[in-house]
Design a protein around this ligand. Structure first.
Ligand SMILES: Nc1ncnc2c1ncn2[C@@H]1O[C@H](COP(=O)(O)OP(=O)(O)OP(=O)(O)O)[C@@H](O)[C@H]1O
Ligand SMILES: [Mg+2]
Length: 302
């Protein structure tokens, strides 16, 4: 069955889109000898000592000096697999994106609305989701996560420190992987708030920090787009926000809806920790907090 049949949001695609759609590819790409999409990479392949067997992305990350070895696979999500690795500055979280063709398709158009692409040909290819366009969308998605991490980390928010960059030419070299500091330790990786067991007092603190985190994003003009306990880590009584490719700005015509949805998701996902709030009151609280003082910015070392 083609993934397209699961994608109701794609019904407004044009006939040309259908022709260029990789999910309906009838084998034409194979006949033209296109590269097979790389799906979830096997840990054995990632940790292999034999140079020839090593995954090319991991080899590149090692060659660039970002990591020395991959230690474990942490979690496979909708669009990427997270690995724990070691690097020159400590433990690294490697978020390795799958090729767009093999990712469980997430319609990102709602997040991209209002985004200006200056290169008209690129914009057209991306809009039509041609093969080249999909490649560009994939790259843009991964680069966006880095760019957002750098912006938020330097602004002093509780997000993982990005470990490649800050210049885009430096972090572009690690695509399709995003490298960031591991929250927790190799032996005790920070759980997501959705999995954490909290005392009532910890739950209240986590809730308060999560509202402040959403307000910190809003003060900078962002809606997370997937804000819930599934994308909040809990380590030493501190909340860290993760997962940023879909961050949206006020230029996005859906900005208010995305913000309201985040407020609702946060409220809903906190029920298991005994916190009962409704989306509207969360939104009001977050908007009020966003008028308050910002976190202390972090200075980039030269
Ligand atoms: N810096 C980090 N330190 C520790 N764990 C992390 C870090 N970043 C991500 N993780 C873990 O990896 C998982 C996947 O990361 P992320 O949410 O960014 O990717 P995703 O593909 O969007 O996953 P999902 O589909 O589950 O949302 C997270 O749920 C979390 O458990
Ligand atoms: Mg996630």
């Amino acid at each position: 069955m083609s993934a397209r049949t699961h994608d109701p949001a794609a019904q407004d695609w044009t006939d040309q889109d259908w022709l260029d759609d990789p999910w309906t590819d009838s084998g034409e790409s194979r006949r033209r000898g296109r590269k097979k999409p790389v799906g979830r990479r096997q840990l054995a392949q990632l940790t292999a000592d034999e140079d020839s067997e090593q995954d090319d992305v991991i080899r590149r990350l090692k060659d660039l000096g970002h990591i020395t070895e991959v230690v474990a696979e942490l979690k496979s999500g909708k669009e990427a697999t997270a690995y724990v690795a070691r690097g020159p500055r400590g433990s690294v979280l490697v978020k390795l994106y799958r090729d767009l063709q093999t990712r469980s398709f997430k319609d990102d158009r709602v997040y991209r609305a209002g985004q200006v692409i200056l290169d008209v040909r690129a914009a057209k290819a991306m809009h039509n989701r041609t093969r080249k366009g999909l490649e560009m969308l994939q790259q843009d998605w991964v680069l966006s996560e880095y760019a957002h991490l750098w912006t938020l980390w330097t602004a002093g928010l509780n997000v993982p420190e990005p470990l490649a960059g800050p210049h885009p030419t430096a972090y572009a070299d690690t695509i399709p992987a995003v490298l960031m500091r591991l929250i927790g330790t190799e032996d005790h990786v920070a759980p997501r708030l959705s999995d954490a067991h909290l005392t009532p007092e910890q739950a209240r603190s986590a809730w308060d920090q999560s509202l402040t985190g959403m307000a910190d994003l809003l003060r900078l003009g962002y809606a997370h787009g997937d804000y819930s306990t599934y994308n909040l880590l809990w380590q030493e009584d501190t909340v860290t926000i993760i997962d940023f490719p879909q961050l949206s700005t006020r230029q996005n015509p859906h900005f208010r809806d995305l913000l309201a949805r985040d407020a609702q998701s946060l409220a809903t996902s906190f029920r298991k920790h005994g916190i009962h709030a409704d989306g509207q009151s969360v939104l009001r609280d977050v908007q009020r907090r966003a008028l308050g003082p910002a976190p202390e910015p972090r200075l980039l070392l030269p």
